[in-house]
Design a protein around this ligand. Sequence first.
Ligand code: NAP
Length: 285
Amino acid sequence: MAKILNFKQELTAAFGSPIAENPTQAMIEAAYRHHGLDWRYLTIEVRKDDLEDAVRGAKAMGFRGFNCTIPHKVAVIRYLDGLGESASVMGAVNCVVRRGDQLIGENTDGKGFLEALRPLCDPRGKRVVVFGAGGAARAVTVELALAGAKSFTVVNRDEARGVELTRLLTDKVKADARLVVWTDDFRVPEGTDVVVNATSIGLYPDVDARLALDVATLQPSMVVADVIPNPPRTRLVRDAEQRGCKVIDGLAMLVNQGVIGIKHWTGIDPDPAVMRKALEDVFGA
Ligand SMILES: NC(=O)c1ccc[n+]([C@@H]2O[C@H](COP(=O)([O-])OP(=O)(O)OC[C@H]3O[C@@H](n4cnc5c(N)ncnc54)[C@H](OP(=O)(O)O)[C@@H]3O)[C@@H](O)[C@H]2O)c1
């Protein structure tokens, strides 16, 4: 019998601008290869004004899904057919999934964080301090609140942005949230369970940048997490380890959101170790 030939690969992608330095392709395609999937993940520069055409094109060409990054996470919503729960609460989408003829927006950033946290601590009833009030802080805190975290202290420089996040947490997910406007070294209150850096402090090339934080207030009972993936061993990660805290680095969150994305698109559970290794190779970590 003649062998059935199939030259058509299934397509997924990242849409963003600028996108060239985004390493997600290395991680996702490593998983596709490892699991024998004839799928591709393309890194595509999509300018702000071209997003609608890009989404229509992805739909027309049968893309199985795509990630959205800066500046498209909010703007993409109006071109989609529906939203998952946390994307709807956050008002931001980082992962679009084709379901039948529809493109549905999900947010996997916070879920990726939660997956990294769960082996170290159950979020239910926990007290959380988060630095930052942008997209990453929003994703992490909404997902923690949906998973039952008890209270949030949002520490942010810009007051208006901080108020917006605390309002979102109190009004939309009924969590207990307060804002501290960040002016000098923050002292982490006793009884805090989870501390998260969700700012861009420490991101390459400013690798030695320091959070305005009194590190002596970090206790070994606390889990300290950093969203910065590059480099993964940020100054906060090193300081927290020295203080005896349990630590989660930004690669864990990045890998886990990729795992969830692949599961949405392909239905398989990819091996996170293969994906982390691909990123470590890229970053020389
Ligand atoms: N590991 C992952 O999977 C993952 C996923 C998503 C994002 N991230 C990382 O998360 C970081 C933040 O992304 P985002 O989308 O949340 O960005 P964003 O929406 O622009 O928000 C940035 C936040 O960082 C704060 N910030 C920046 N520089 C600061 C400084 N020098 N001092 C004090 N606060 C500062 C900003 O404070 P103001 O409001 O006061 O300006 C704001 O709250 C990025 O580095 C990104 O790489 C990682």
